[in-house]
Design a protein around this ligand. Structure first.
Ligand code: VGL
Ligand code: ZN
Length: 200
């Protein structure tokens, strides 16, 4: 028997207009997310949750700028503005999101020395957040995914979900991307589709 769950990726204040790492049109995903919440019995949310000294922040690397790429413990790392610092308002879910209906939250990016775009594994695939194991323990087979940002956390979450054997439907109306380079979002969608995601 198939069993469905909804995964809301990083619908947090810092990724919304006015936030530290605002995704263009990011606020437009909220109504779509709330509709999807209404049509799913099991709802999971990921939360980008960084210590203030996180290695993905340009401010923590002297002379480095936002959007530059560095090596962080051997991995390519894009540098970001300080965002989603643990226990700050920017890390909280939007107050417009129907958070009462979220069954479980999985946090990621909590270790200083490695980033975690995916809600499932860090960028080095060294550590699991526990999400995959938990979904399997609940008998979940099919995932609906929406949130922020299409070309980072949504993409890597989708790819990991497919890799772990889940059937994935990506809800495009509930996603927005950063597009540091024009075309990044389109390329991310193509990658998810090629990996087996159903695009809706
Ligand atoms: C994200 C960049 C840095 C995301 C998180 O949620 O897509 N992007 N941290
Ligand atoms: Zn982050």
């Amino acid at each position: 028997m198939p069993k469905q769950a909804l995964i809301l990726i990083d619908i947090q204040n810092d990724f919304l207009p006015g936030g530290a790492l605002a995704v263009p049109g990011g606020d437009q995903v909220i109504t779509v997310a709330n509709e999807l919440i209404n049509s799913h019995e099991l709802v999971i949310a990921s939360q980008d949750w960084h210590p203030a000294d996180h290695g993905s922040f340009a401010a923590n690397h002297e002379g480095k700028h936002v959007y530059e790429t560095i090596k962080l413990n051997g991995l390519d790392q894009t540098l970001w503005p300080v965002h989603c610092v643990e226990d700050t308002q920017g890390a909280e879910f939007s107050e417009l999101l129907d958070c009462e209906s979220i069954n479980r939250v999985f946090r990621k990016g909590c270790s200083r020395d490695i980033d975690s775009y995916s809600a499932f594994y860090d960028n080095g695939h060294l550590q699991s957040t526990g999400l995959s194991e938990w979904l399997k323990s609940q008998g979940v087979t099919d995932l609906s995914i929406c949130g922020l940002a299409t070309d980072y956390c949504v993409k890597f979450s989708c790819l990991d979900a497919l890799n772990d054997g889940f059937h994935v439907t990506l809800h495009l109306a509930g996603c927005r991307g950063v597009n540091i380079s024009p075309g990044d979002v389109d390329q991310a969608i193509a990658e998810m589709k090629a990996a087996g995601a159903e695009i809706r």
